[in-house]
Design a protein around this ligand. Structure first.
Ligand SMILES: Nc1ncnc2c1ncn2[C@@H]1O[C@H](COP(=O)(O)OP(=O)(O)OP(=O)(O)O)[C@@H](O)[C@H]1O
Ligand SMILES: [Mg+2]
Length: 194
C-alpha cells in the first residue's frame, strides 16, 4: 500500500497514543532485562515528534519521516533513539522515490541493522521488523501475528544490547523494543482499516 501525507500523519499520531498509553508497561518490560527506561525514552521521543508536527507544513511523506527521525535522534538517548531514528531517516530517503510500505519497512530494517549490527534471532526489534516485512510482502500482516511475535521474543536468548549481559536470564521476558515496534506496526494496520 502507498502512504499518503494524511495516512502517515495519522499513523505516527496513533503510534504516539499507544506509546503514551503503554509508557509504564514498556518500562516494566525493560526492567528485568534492561534499565527500565524504554517507556520513558519512547514517550519523550514521540511526544516531541508530535509537537514538532504541529507547526510544520509538510509537503511530502519523506518530510514527515525526516522530522520524526531528527526528533527521535536528538531527544532520545539510549539505543532506541538512534535505532528508530535511523529507520525513519532511511524511510525518509526511500519515500522520495517510493511510498510503498514494503519498500519503506525494508529500508528501515536495513538501517536498524546497519546501526545496531543485530541479526534476526538476537531478541531485538530487528526480529519483528523482519517478520512484519515478510507479512507485508505476502499480504498476510495482522495484529494477531504481531502479538505472536511479541510473545515469541520471550523464548529468544538476547545476544545484542543491554539484555545480552544477562545471558540465559534474558529468556522468559518480552523484548521491550519488539513491543514498541509492534505498537508502530499495529498503528499502521489500524490506520489502513479506517
Ligand atoms: N543492537 C541492536 N539492534 C537492534 N535493536 C536493539 C539493539 N540493541 C537494543 N535494541 C533494542 O532496543 C531496545 C532497548 O531500548 P532502550 O530505549 O531501553 O535503550 P537502552 O536502554 O539504551 O537499550 P540497550 O541498553 O539495550 O542498548 C531493546 O529492547 C531492543 O529491542
Ligand atoms: Mg533501556
Amino acid at each position: 500500500m502507498e502512504l499518503t501525507l494524511e495516512i502517515t500523519r495519522a499513523w505516527l499520531s496513533k503510534f504516539n497514543e499507544k506509546i503514551q498509553a503503554n509508557k509504564a508497561y514498556l518500562s516494566t518490560l525493560d526492567t528485568p532485562i534492561g534499565d527500565a527506561d524504554h517507556g520513558a525514552n519512547m514517550a519523550r521521543g514521540m511526544s516531541e515528534t508530535l509537537k514538532a508536527f504541529e507547526g510544520a507544513a509538510f509537503t511530502s511523506v519523506s518530510d514527515i519521516f525526516k522530522k520524526t527521525a531528527m526528533t527521535l535522534m536528538s531527544k532520545v538517548g539510549g539505543a532506541s533513539g538512534p535505532l528508530y531514528g535511523s529507520a525513519f531517516l532511511a524511510m525518509s530517503k526511500t519515500a522520495i522515490e517510493s511510498t510503498e510500505m514494503t519498500e519503506l519497512i525494508s529500508s528501515g530494517l536495513y538501517a536498524i541493522q546497519m546501526r545496531g549490527k543485530a541479526q534476526v534471532g538476537e531478541k531485538t526489534m530487528v526480529d519483528i521488523w523482519a517478520a512484519f516485512l515478510k507479512d507485508l510482502q505476502t499480504n498476510s500482516a495482522s495484529k494477531e501475528k504481531l502479538n505472536r511475535y511479541v510473545e515469541a521474543s520471550k523464548g529468544i536468548l538476547a545476544t545484542k544490547g543491554r539484555a545480552s549481559y544477562l545471558g540465559e536470564r534474558s529468556l522468559g521476558h518480552i523484548d521491550p523494543g519488539t513491543q514498541s515496534s509492534a505498537y508502530l506496526f499495529e498503528s499502521y494496520l489500524e490506520v489502513c482499516d479506517e
